[in-house]
Ligand binder design. Structure first.
Ligand code: DQA
Length: 139
């Protein structure tokens, strides 16, 4: 069974409540249980943290024994050299996802320290961005 992990960065624990006009009104817990039911042939783990170092530690922990990492680094996407370096240092391919189309938003969201080291980038499809990323790991 393929082992994937979804890693969510800061403020994504507030999905469903946070700026619903941008991020939608569904909680990530609800969405994740739908996805797990739909892709029962995959192991899909989940980790969320608001703390940059914890996200880096998780990338190190899973980055040599998982088949794929689906990463929404949220605001750290635009600031974290450390997360970019972590992705460079691990073996598991990372697909970067964003719920919103970051290129249609403020200029500071156009910069990503994740993209240069990611296998691919999926953004702007709401929570469906995560499912599209999962599909990229199917045979
Ligand atoms: C986000 C976009 C980021 O710019 C923002 O800081 C987030 C969420 C997204 O999924 O659309 O927190 O990564």
């Amino acid at each position: 069974m393929k082992k994937l992990i979804i890693i969510n960065g800061p403020n994504l624990n507030l999905l469903g409540k946070r700026e619903p006009e941008i991020y939608g009104s569904q909680t990530f817990t609800e969405y994740l249980s739908e996805i797990k039911k739909k892709y029962m042939s995959l192991q899909i783990d989940y980790f969320q943290s608001n703390i940059e170092g914890e996200l880096i530690d998780k990338l190190h922990e899973v980055g040599f024994n998982y088949d794929g990492i689906i990463l929404n680094a949220a605001a750290y996407t635009h600031t974290s050299v450390g997360m970019g370096d972590a992705i460079k240092g691990i073996e598991t391919p990372v697909v970067e996802v964003h719920i919103s189309n970051t290129f249609g938003r403020e200029a500071f969201r156009h910069q990503s320290y994740i993209s240069p080291n990611a296998k691919g980038v999926i953004l702007g499809f709401g929570l469906q961005s995560y499912e599209l990323a999962i599909q990229s790991f199917l045979d």
